[in-house]
Each structure stands twice: as structure tokens, then as C-alpha cells.
Design a protein around this ligand. Sequence first.
Ligand SMILES: NC(=O)c1ccc[n+]([C@@H]2O[C@H](COP(=O)([O-])OP(=O)(O)OC[C@H]3O[C@@H](n4cnc5c(N)ncnc54)[C@H](OP(=O)(O)O)[C@@H]3O)[C@@H](O)[C@H]2O)c1
Length: 309
Amino acid sequence: MKAIICTKYGEPEVLQLQEVQKPSPKNNEVLIKIHATTVHIGDTKIRGFKPSMGMLDLIVKPVMRIMIGFWGPRRKILGMDLAGMVEAVGTDVTRFKVADEVFGSSEMKFGTYAEYICLAEDDILAIMPNNMTFKEATPVANGGLTALYILRKAKIQKGQKVLIYGASGSVGTYAVQLAKYFGAKVTGVCSTGNVAMVKSLGAGCIIDYMQEDFTKNDEHYDIIFDAVGKLTHKKCKKSLTKNGVYLNVLRATDALKLKVEDLAYLKEIIEAGQLKSVIDRTYPLEKMVEAHRYVDKGHKKGNVVITPL
Ligand SMILES: NC(=O)c1ccc[n+]([C@@H]2O[C@H](COP(=O)([O-])OP(=O)(O)OC[C@H]3O[C@@H](n4cnc5c(N)ncnc54)[C@H](OP(=O)(O)O)[C@@H]3O)[C@@H](O)[C@H]2O)c1
């Protein structure tokens, strides 16, 4: 099968299209033909060995080397998100059958920059929403579950004023819609070119960060969710209500454990027409270098999708 191999840490050119052996499922695994995967910013941080946690990088980098590899990733095929079709099942598998359309995340097993992957049936895997394409379903298990986790951590309540900073990114676009779904009054912060898109996702109020610094107006929010990790609690303090909370996507996800029940929960919201994926660009597998170059710039709108087929 075709796969993208990350030969070492570095610029996007370290990613090379190669022919590798197609995996075969163990008894508890399913073999999935991948129809779509994504390139998210986390993939590019691993490829470039750039954790972007500021001063914490001094601690994070050695830990990262131990966890994922010293001079290059131990697991050479990167990528975590997937949507595809089950092609074969191991003898013990009961949750899935051949031809099921599934979506999910391989998490730290990586391996989705390829035509096929084997995952255990109890990995982060669920039947796809019946109203999404493969391209739309693939980013949900990362950006969607991250947004859900942080909004729950903030204990979001109906009627609260919630500000989503970086509302046009992957996490941000899901966060705007989920906050609206939970009954909050949502303000999205984005740049001029993304105002219409963020509004269409349900933000009642938009602040264009190129025109206005929200920390300098007199508004107060119960939750400020920094979905791009560019702010600090100190900067936001004046804009919080008395019991308001500031959550930064880079710090608030340290204990994030993806759960298959949560993926099923998002599937229900999607099928109810309350949550969709914003797709910016789509690249074929062989254009992975270009896809990484684009995501590296930090200005994608929603999600960048790769189609191995
Ligand atoms: N995606 C995931 O599944 C996931 C999971 C866990 C954690 N994270 C972390 O969450 C962070 C965001 O990830 P992401 O994939 O959502 O990011 P992303 O899609 O790459 O974010 C890009 C978006 O952020 C906006 N942006 C950039 N600088 C901004 C600024 N100064 N103010 C406001 N908006 C700004 C950009 O809009 P403009 O072009 O208009 O500036 C662009 O639409 C990353 O640090 C990532 O590591 C992501």
C-alpha cells in the first residue's frame, strides 16, 4: 500500500511517499481502508519537533523524544484522524463488520497517512454519522472531541456568555457550534476573512481581531476558550466575570483522554444537524508535503483533509 513515511524530524520535505506492506488485522482488530485523514497542527508539530509550549518546551522536548522517538518518530507513518471503510475483521471482533463506514482516531499509534490501517475494535472508532462524507467525518475525533472536552471542563451552562478565541481553526469551529448547542451566547474572535464563516456556525457576535482587541472593551465572559493558544489568563482576566474561567487549548488538554462514548455523543449531535465540519483544502496523499506547508502557516480555516484514494 501507499503511505507517507516521516524519515526524520524536520521541514515538510522529510515526508516521503513510499510503498509499504499492507497490514493484516489481529483477532481483535479491524482493517480499515482509509478514505480520508487530516493534517492538523499537532501532526506538523510532531513532524517538525516543535511542541510550542513556550518555556515548557524545555521539559516537553525530552519527554517527547522518549515518547515518540529520539531523532525521528518511531512510528514512521504519522496521522491520527481517519474515516474509512472496514475491509476485514479479526475473529474476535463484534462491534464492526465488513463494509461498515467508520471514523475515529488512532491517537498515539498514528498511522493514518496511508491507504490502510488496523485498529483494535475498542480503539477510538465508531460508525460514521449518516449525514457526513468521509472528508467531513475525519476531523471530528480530534478537533471535535478537543472542543467538547474543554467546554465540559469549563462546566458550560445554558445562557452563559462564552468567547471562543481563534474561532476559525479546527478546534475553534467545533467549539463555536458546541457552545451554541449547549445554549450559550457565543462570541467568536477571528480575522476579517473568516467573519462570515464563523457567523454561519452560530456565533451571535463576532469580534474581528484585526480591528478590535476584545480585552480592551467592557464586555465580560463566563468562559474564554482560547482555541489557538495565543492568549494568557493574565491578558483575559479583566474580561472575565467574577467566576469566569479562561481555558487555553494548549494547557487544558494535558489530561485529555479521548473516549469512544464522546465520539458517539458527537455523532448524535451531527446527525441532529447541530454540528458540521468546516473543510478548507483537500489534498491527495502524494501532496502531503504541500498540505503540511499550508498547515504550518497556522491560518487554515477549519480542517485540511487528505484523501489517500
Ligand atoms: N486540531 C486538533 O485536533 C487539536 C487537538 C488538541 C489540541 N490542539 C491544539 O489546538 C491549537 C489549535 O489547533 P487547530 O487545529 O484548531 O488550529 P488551526 O486550525 O491551525 O488554527 C488556525 C486558525 O487559527 C486562527 N488564528 C491564528 N492566529 C490567530 C490569532 N492570533 N488570533 C485569532 N485567531 C488566530 C487562524 O485564523 P486567521 O488566519 O484568521 O488568523 C486560523 O483559522 C493547536 O495549538 C493544537 O496543537 C489541536
